[in-house]
Ligand binder design. Structure first.
Ligand SMILES: C[S@@+](CC[C@H](N)C(=O)[O-])C[C@H]1O[C@@H](n2cnc3c(N)ncnc32)[C@H](O)[C@@H]1O
Length: 238
C-alpha cells in the first residue's frame, strides 16, 4: 500500500516537473504524429457514438483528446469534463481553453484512482497515455465501466508492444536509449524520460488489455495497432 502511494506521488511529481515541456517533447519524440494518432482514437470512438452529450477525459494532461473531441463531435453542446491530479499539466490545458475561448471543456483536479462521479454519468470516457501510470489499473477500468451509461464508449490510446521482432528491436533502441537523451536535452529531465520506456515493461499486451476490458463487463472491445504496434487504440462499448 505504501509502495502504491509512493508510485502515485512519484508520477505526480514527475509530471509537474515536465509539464511546461510536455507538449514540445511529445512533438519531438513522435515528429508530431501523436496528434494524428489521437485524432484517430477520437474518430473511432465517435463511430460508436457520434452524438455524445457528456464525455469524461481522464489523465487529461494538457487536454489534447478533449480539444480533438470538441473539434470532431457532431453535438455542438457536448460537455467535456477533464480530470488530472497534476495541477501544472491542468494549468496548461486551462490556458489553451482560454486562448481558444471554448466554454464546454472543463477541468478538475482529481485522482483517476478515486474518481468521484456518480455511476451512469457519461456517454464516453477517453484516456490518452494515462492508465499505464496508474497503480490499480483493473479497478480503474471497472470504474470507467460503472461511470458509463448503457452503450457508453470507452476509448484508450497508449503505447503497445510491437509484434515484429526486427521492428521491436529498432523501437526498443529508440525508446530505451534515445528517448531518455531527448528528455535530458529538451526537458532537462532524463529520469522522467527513463520512467516512460520502463513503464512499458509492466504494461499489458494489446490482446491482454482487450481481455481485461471485456472481463470488466464491456460487451464489445477491439484494438487497432498503429505504427506496427508501437501505439495501440482500444475501443470498447458498454
Ligand atoms: C502521459 S500524460 C498523458 C496526457 C494526455 N492524456 C495526452 O494524451 O497527451 C499522463 C497524464 O496522466 C496524469 N496522471 C497520472 N496518474 C494520475 C492519477 N493517478 N490521477 C490523475 N491523473 C494522473 C498525469 O498527471 C499526466 O498528465
Amino acid at each position: 500500500m505504501i509502495q502504491e502511494q509512493e508510485k502515485s506521488i512519484y508520477v505526480q511529481k514527475m509530471f509537474s516537473n515536465i509539464a511546461s515541456k510536455y507538449d514540445l517533447l511529445n512533438n519531438l519524440m513522435t515528429l508530431s504524429c501523436h496528434y494524428k494518432w489521437k485524432e484517430e482514437t477520437i474518430k473511432l470512438a465517435l463511430k460508436e457514438n457520434e452524438y455524445p452529450n457528456d464525455v469524461l477525459d481522464i489523465c487529461t494532461g494538457t487536454g489534447d483528446l478533449a480539444f480533438i473531441l470538441n473539434k470532431y463531435c457532431l453535438n455542438p453542446d457536448v460537455k467535456i469534463h477533464c480530470v488530472d491530479n497534476c495541477n501544472e499539466m491542468l494549468n496548461i490545458a486551462k490556458e489553451k481553453v482560454q486562448d481558444l475561448k471554448i466554454s464546454n471543456i472543463t477541468f478538475e483536479s482529481m485522482d483517476t484512482e478515486n474518481l468521484t462521479f456518480k455511476p451512469n454519468s457519461f456517454d464516453m470516457v477517453t484516456v490518452g497515455f494515462g492508465i499505464r501510470n496508474l497503480v490499480n489499473r483493473e479497478k480503474c477500468i471497472k470504474n470507467i465501466f460503472s461511470l458509463l451509461r448503457d452503450k457508453g464508449v470507452f476509448a484508450c490510446i497508449d503505447l503497445g508492444h510491437p509484434m515484429n521482432p526486427i521492428w521491436k528491436s529498432i523501437f526498443n533502441f529508440y525508446f530505451y536509449h534515445l528517448v531518455p537523451k531527448l528528455g535530458e536535452l529538451f526537458a532537462r529531465d532524463k529520469e522522467a524520460y527513463t520512467y516512460l520506456p520502463n513503464s512499458l515493461r509492466s504494461w499489458y499486451g494489446q490482446e491482454e488489455f482487450k481481455n481485461l476490458i471485456l472481463s470488466s463487463g464491456f460487451s464489445k472491445c477491439y484494438f487497432k495497432n498503429i505504427f506496427g504496434g508501437v501505439i495501440a487504440i482500444h475501443i470498447a462499448v458498454k
